[in-house]
Design a protein around this ligand. Sequence first.
Ligand code: 5GP
Ligand code: MG
Length: 202
Amino acid sequence: MIPGYLFYRMGEYSVGNLPPKMPTTTLHPDIQEVLFDADVLRARIKELAASLSQDYQGKDPVLVGVLKGSALFLADLVREMTIPCTIDFVSMASYEGESSTGEVRLLLDLRSNPHGKHVVIVEDIVDTGLSLSSLMENIKAKRPASVEICVLLDKKETRKIPVSTKYVGFEIPNKFVIGYGLDYNEKYRQLPYVGILKDSAI
Ligand code: 5GP
Ligand code: MG
């Protein structure tokens, strides 16, 4: 049986009668500056998806999202891809609050076996490179056919370990950013843009 409220909502939001969209220009009061708004993110992600779809034609890649930061990016990226692919997730911990602890722990490993597969690691941001180089080693040890990195944001200046990021959304300066999956103490992930926090929010 379909619950009454679902029925009501289905009728209310039928095609041609969609709910009003929240204006994306409404700025969260803790945000000092928006670096990339929803339209800019969408356009760049479409380009990244086009590159991946071209490079991985016939290869059925597995896109490995690094939780939790890359969840929104991965979700939007795969929806723009025009080739078959699968998704999987890992979870790592390296950050406490606003600065890196320098230590990387794998909290959740892949569900699928990457052996012989074409793996694309999908990450929100690369800073020191510690997390991604550690994850690269971990996945390479499982002998995939190939591994590449697709990262939305790249802080090139702050790298401590070199990592080859083949697909990069945007290069950014050494500023702490939040939004579009990226958090500050678990907050702000839901914002549809990438921005910088006001000092008063930190
Ligand atoms: P890395 O190991 O490259 O130093 O750091 C990678 C991880 O640190 C990222 O996946 C992300 O979770 C976190 N991180 C690095 N820079 C930022 C930032 O500017 N903002 C947020 N919210 N997280 C960051
Ligand atoms: Mg991350």
